[in-house]
Design a protein. Structure first.
Length: 309
């Protein structure tokens, strides 16, 4: 028999209120129920501890880094005269002796940045990297505000690819071979012994046409290892893009071809004499010498061929 804690009257176990004083009765929790709650809490605590201790090992921390390319490979193989980093466009101004300028993407705030004849423009963060034709074609950098102009090497440098903290380039001072140097001018190193043309630094690999082997497509790791041939076609204007290489195939009348970066699935995309290719956003843009050098574009799968101008 239970009793009301307020007035002391006898009450039945199932009553929610005292029949004498109307007091709201508190339900007693059994020892078994208390033990069940404690066990549940201990189990949950154990699971939480396991997740905290072992989750980093089961699922390694993923880091996301913003793009650190200075320019697209398509722009670079076509002399890198323009590079965009929103909201600015950086360009070599042919109306002012190819000197470096910038302008907003809305056409406003046009500003001159240097007095150098500039090409191979790459923009990463607050720095612009370029080939200085006014000083022996050597590699320079300058702030995007036009300050701290600095020479980085003494090599005649072209095909400049800035990726992260490294600059990859064709060294005309040493047999046109591929070199790399850090963006601070340190760590200069030769990567191959080939006369290398149309250099594409892309996804830890460098793709290029090997002049010493009849302009065949080769690749090499960014540390200079694993050099290998990709294709036996005589090629030009190569663009590495999303596991594919697009190129003008001189072995087949300068027609546009593509091949996977592992050398498989070679296929023809058009029947035009195609030069100055530039791949972007699922399209291949090219100069069509079969139609008076007009600008054309075609999908990367070979469809929707059309004149742009």
């Amino acid at each position: 028999m239970n009793y009301c804690s307020h007035c002391g009257a006898k009450i039945k176990p199932k009553n929610k209120f005292c029949t004498e004083c109307g007091y709201a009765l508190k339900k007693k929790i059994s020892l078994t129920a208390i033990l069940r709650i404690l066990i549940l809490l201990l189990v949950l605590l154990g699971i939480s501890s396991a997740i905290y201790l072992f989750w980093p090992k089961l699922s390694p921390k993923q880091t996301v880094t913003p793009s650190s390319r200075g320019n697209s490979v398509g722009n670079i193989i076509n002399s890198g005269l323009v590079s965009q980093q929103d909201p600015w466009i950086y360009y070599s101004n042919w109306s002012d002796e190819n000197q470096l300028y910038m302008v907003r993407t809305d056409g406003k705030q046009r500003t001159k940045l240097n007095n150098d004849n500039s090409s191979d423009i790459n923009v990463v963060g607050d720095w612009i990297y370029y080939r200085n034709w006014s000083d022996g074609y050597q590699l320079y950098k300058i702030r995007t505000d036009g300050k701290q102009r600095t020479k980085l090497n003494n090599d005649n440098s072209s095909d400049i690819n800035v990726v992260g903290d490294w600059i990859y380039y064709r060294n005309w001072s040493d047999g046109f071979q591929i070199y790399k140097i850090r963006t601070d001018g340190k760590g200069r190193a030769k990567l191959n012994e080939d006369n290398s043309v149309f250099i594409n630094a892309y996804a830890d690999w460098i793709y290029y046409c090997n002049w010493n082997d009849g302009f065949k497509i080769y690749k090499i790791r960014s540390d200079g290892t694993e050099r290998s041939k990709i294709s036996d076609d005589v090629t030009a204007s190569i663009n590495a893009y999303a596991d594919w290489i697009y190129y003008s195939n001189w072995s087949d009348g300068f027609k546009l071809y593509k091949i996977r970066t592992d050398g498989t699935e070679r296929s023809k995309l058009n029947d035009d004499r195609s030069n100055n290719t530039n791949v972007m956003d699922g399209w291949v843009y090219y100069r069509n010498d079969s139609d008076e050098g007009k600008l054309y574009k075609i999908r990367t799968n070979g469809t929707e061929r059309q004149a742009v101008n």
